[in-house]
Design a protein around this ligand. Structure first.
Ligand code: 6PG
Length: 227
């Protein structure tokens, strides 16, 4: 039975997520980062709280198919806000190579993930309900025999994507969303309070064996409970 998400509506959700990242970095294990514009502030604060990430194996849930120094790159976001601020780098950094052909980069990620355990998975939420680079109704949602796949974007930036598949994302021991801003309020209702549907990929995470946690600011949560 899918469990309802564990929702935390707080003034400063990035601070909560930074604390979770820093705790995980301190104790060691694997962390899966997300991209987009929301998580940078949490990454910066996590680096400040815990500058030694030597015990961490680092992954990304998805990547835009651009070179690593492109400003749209999810790797670049983490490099600038987190990695460049650390005193000790993660012992393994599994960058998704967005500069390759998408299918090749997905194949590389699929191979790298063989036998991997994902301790903490951080996710964002798209205004259309997408998660990682799994877009509403897309064929990538049905990929069950691979740990990673590639496909077209469903939203800006309009570049091909590489993404972990649903079985991989659902295998994480802890699944945490960070969502902020009023422009996400409708998506928050559909993702965390609506029915489980391929039209809102974030809902499909609720089929994971662990309970999904979401840290939301008041603006993002403003339509929850509004009926
Ligand atoms: C990406 C993502 C994506 C992101 C959401 C939210 O590469 O774009 O990883 O799933 O988390 O689109 O993005 P924002 O934080 O920019 O709203």
């Amino acid at each position: 039975m899918p469990q309802p998400p564990d929702l935390h509506v707080v003034d400063d959700p990035a601070a909560e997520v930074a604390r979770l990242l820093a705790e995980r970095a301190r104790s060691g294990g694997s962390i899966v980062l997300t991209g987009g514009s929301t998580p940078g502030v949490a990454y910066e604060r996590a680096a400040g709280l815990q500058p030694d990430w030597g015990g961490v194996e680092l992954w990304w849930g998805d990547e835009r198919c651009v070179p690593p120094d492109d400003e749209r790159s999810n790797y670049r976001l983490a490099k600038v806000t987190l990695l460049d601020r650390l005193e000790r780098q993660p012992h393994e950094v599994h960058r998704i190579r967005g500069e390759l052909q998408p299918a090749d980069a997905a194949g590389e990620l699929d191979q790298a993930l063989e036998g991997a355990e994902l301790d903490l998975l951080l996710l964002g939420l798209g205004p259309d309900g997408h998660v990682a680079s799994l877009f509403p109704g897309s064929p990538q949602l049905d990929v069950e025999d691979r740990r990673a796949t590639s496909g077209p974007p469903g939203l800006e930036p309009w570049v091909e994507r590489v993404t972990m598949t649903l079985p991989t994302l659902r295998s994480a021991h802890r699944i945490v969303f960070l969502v902020t801003g009023r422009e996400k309020a409708d998506a928050v209702v559909r993702a965390f309070a609506g029915e489980i549907t391929r039209e809102v990929p974030a809902t499909l995470l609720r089929l994971a064996p662990v309970r999904v946690e979401a840290f939301l600011d008041r603006a993002a949560a403003s339509k929850l409970g509004a009926g």
